[in-house]
Write a protein that binds this ligand. Sequence first.
Ligand SMILES: Nc1nc2c(ncn2[C@@H]2O[C@H](COP(=O)(O)OP(=O)(O)OP(=O)(O)O)[C@@H](O)[C@H]2O)c(=O)[nH]1
Ligand SMILES: [Mg+2]
Length: 211
Amino acid sequence: MYGKIMVSYKKNPDVDYEIVFVGRSNVGKSTLIRSLTGKNVAVGRRPGVTLRPSHLQFGDLVVTDMPGFGFMRGIKEHKQDLVKTAFVRYIEKYRDRIILTVLVLDGKSFAEVVDRWEGRGEIPIEVEMFQFLHELNLDVIVAVNKMDKIKDIDGVMNGVAQRLDMLPPWRQWLNVLTPISAKKKDVKALTGLIRSRIHNLGRDDLLAWIR
Ligand SMILES: Nc1nc2c(ncn2[C@@H]2O[C@H](COP(=O)(O)OP(=O)(O)OP(=O)(O)O)[C@@H](O)[C@H]2O)c(=O)[nH]1
Ligand SMILES: [Mg+2]
C-alpha cells in the first residue's frame, strides 16, 4: 500500500490513465521509475530479454516500464523484432488511456548511436519510436538521462534536440525535453513536467505517487 494507493507489480490493471516509460535497453528506465516513485519495478530480469511490460498501479493511474529496445549483445535479431512488435502493439492497444510517454535516452551515447545508424542509412530505433509516438498523437517527454556523466550539458542537449528535429537551442523545448540523472535522483525538472500533465487532467489526487 502507498497511502490509499494500491501498488501492483505484474498485472496490467484496468485503469483510466497510463504513463509509459520507453527507451533503449540500459538507458535507465527502471532506475528512473524508482527515483520518481520510490518503488521498484522489474526485478531481476536480463536486459532486453523480457517482452512483458512491468506495471505500478497508483489508484486510477498505471505507470508502465516497457522492455528496452535496441541491440543487446547475445540477443538474436529475431528477439529484437519481437520487442519492437510487442512495443508497437502495446502502445496501440492502450493508446486511449495513455496520457503521457517518457522517452528515456542515454545522454552520453545517444548522439553517437544515432550517427552510427544514420551512417549506415538506417533510422535509429529511438528516432523511429519517437516518430511513432507522435504519429499516434501521444504526448512525449524526452528525458535525457545519465547527465551526471556529462560536463558540456548544453552541447549534449543541443545534440539530442537536433537529432530529434527540435531546432536548438534546446532550452526552447523545456516543456518536452529535459536533462536528468536518475541515479543521482536529479529528476526535479521531469517531475515538474509530469505533475503539470496530471494537473491538466484535473486529477491532482493522482499526484501522490510522485515523490
Ligand atoms: N551514471 C548513471 N548511471 C545510471 C543512471 N541511471 C541509470 N544508470 C545505470 O544504468 C544501468 C541501467 O539502468 P536500468 O534502470 O536497469 O536501465 P533500463 O533502461 O531499465 O534497462 P532495460 O530494463 O534493459 O531496458 C544501471 O547500471 C544503472 O545504475 C544515471 O542517471 N547515471
Ligand atoms: Mg529496466
